[in-house]
Structure formats: structure tokens, C-alpha cells
Design a protein around this ligand. Structure first.
Ligand code: ZN
Length: 239
């Protein structure tokens, strides 16, 4: 009985470990997903700046084109001055020239401020692109680490399965059935230790008489409260 109990205890330990490893393994893809999301979010911010720069550069090209046309218009209007016959006509063209010059000057001002804005955003973008590179590297490293962890967990699981199989072969069928039945109604925990008369499964006290019995390892006993298979385990504290 002592040997069967020790197999049961080991089986419970390995199966508990197995479910812990499985839980951990399930979390890993989420962690990769979170890394991906963080990288994508940063990428979006860089992309926004790139779009802004494109927009400013497009506007700059348009303004340069507008200014070119404005200067051509100015030249043509000035040429018309040479052909005027009346003073009234002359005054009208001067006014026209003045309007064109004012407009051109406005475009020039806009170009200057656009160029300043473009320079500013280029500096910001350069820094952000460098940061993005760092983020990408961190992402790759993080992902690699998680994938390594995943393989290591797979190896752990394989080892668990092997050990579970071995213990199950050694435990007699009736006992195994009892173990499974208790496990099914107790969240996977069927075998628990008792120390200082306290059941580690339900944390309730057991009778001193049962506790004494337990320390003899002579029979397979159950906790009267939670019905789990119990065994005496010296936790090494005083008492
Ligand atoms: Zn209990």
C-alpha cells in the first residue's frame, strides 16, 4: 500500500505539473500577439508622419508650380506695359502687376514655411524610424525567446506524459479508478498532503486519530471533508 500510495502521490504531482505547463503554453501565443500589436501600433505612428511628409511635399510642389505660373504671368503683364496707349490703361496694368506681385509674395512665404515644416518632420521621422528599427529588433528577440520557451515547454510536456504513463502502469486499476473519480470532481486534484492535522486540499482540520493513522502509511485514507486521498507530509516546520 505504501508503494501504491507513493506512485499515486507522484502521479498527482506530475499531472499537476502537466496542467501548469499546459496553462503556460496557452499563454505564449498571446504574448507574441501582444508584441506584434505593440510593434504595429508604433509602425502606425511612423506611417502617419510619413503621410504627413508626403502631403507637405506635394503641397510644396504645387506651390512651386503656382509660383512659376505667377512669375510667368507677371512677366507677360509687364510686357503689356510696353504696348499701352492710354494712361488709364497704363494705371490698370500697374494695378494688375501689383496684385500679381502680392500673390506671388504670399506663395513665397507659404513655401518658406512649408520648407521649415518639411525639415522639422524629416528630423522627427528619422528619429522615429531609428526607434522603429529598435522596436523591430526587440520584437524579433522577444518572439524568438517565446518560441524557445514553447519548445522547452513541449519537451517538459513530453517528459510529463512519459512519467504519467509509467506511474499509471504501476498503479492498480481500482486505485486508478478511485483517483480519476476524485480528480474529476476536485479540479484535477485528488491526492493531497496533510501537515499539522490540516488538509492541503480543503485547508480543514482532520481528527487527531486520523492524523495518527495517516503517519503510519498503512492504509489509503481520505479527507473526511473534501474526500481527497490524503498522505502525511512533513513540511519541516516545527510541530
Ligand atoms: Zn480535505
Amino acid at each position: 500500500m505504501r508503494e501504491q500510495l507513493s506512485f499515486l502521490i507522484e502521479l498527482q504531482k506530475v499531472e499537476t505539473q502537466q496542467s501548469r505547463v499546459n496553462i503556460k503554453k496557452k499563454e505564449l501565443p498571446n504574448r507574441i500577439l501582444k508584441l506584434e500589436e505593440a510593434l504595429a501600433a508604433f509602425n502606425v505612428r511612423v506611417e502617419e508622419d510619413r503621410k504627413k511628409l508626403d502631403e507637405l511635399e506635394r503641397k510644396h510642389r504645387e506651390d512651386e508650380e503656382k509660383l512659376k505660373r505667377g512669375n510667368e504671368g507677371l512677366k507677360k503683364t509687364k510686357e503689356r506695359l510696353l504696348e499701352v496707349k492710354t494712361n488709364r490703361e497704363y494705371q490698370a496694368i500697374l494695378k494688375e502687376i501689383e496684385t500679381i506681385e502680392r500673390k506671388n509674395s504670399e506663395i513665397e512665404d507659404e513655401i518658406i514655411s512649408l520648407l521649415e515644416e518639411i525639415d522639422g518632420i524629416k528630423v522627427v521621422l528619422k528619429t522615429k524610424e531609428k526607434e522603429l528599427e529598435t522596436h523591430k529588433q526587440q520584437y524579433e528577440q522577444g518572439k524568438k525567446k517565446i518560441e524557445e520557451e514553447m519548445s522547452s515547454l513541449d519537451a517538459d510536456l513530453l517528459a510529463c506524459e512519459q512519467r504519467i504513463h509509467d506511474y499509471r502502469m504501476r498503479i492498480n486499476d481500482d486505485l486508478l479508478k478511485r483517483y480519476e473519480t476524485i480528480k474529476a470532481v476536485n479540479n484535477g486534484l485528488a491526492v493531497v498532503s496533510v501537515w499539522k492535522e490540516v488538509c492541503d486540499g480543503c485547508h480543514m482540520n482532520i481528527q487527531p486519530q486520523l492524523y495518527n493513522e495517516l503517519q503510519k502509511f498503512s492504509a489509503l485514507l481520505s479527507c473526511p471533508n473534501c474526500n481527497r486521498i490524503i498522505y502525511w507530509y512533513n513540511k519541516g516546520e516545527n510541530g
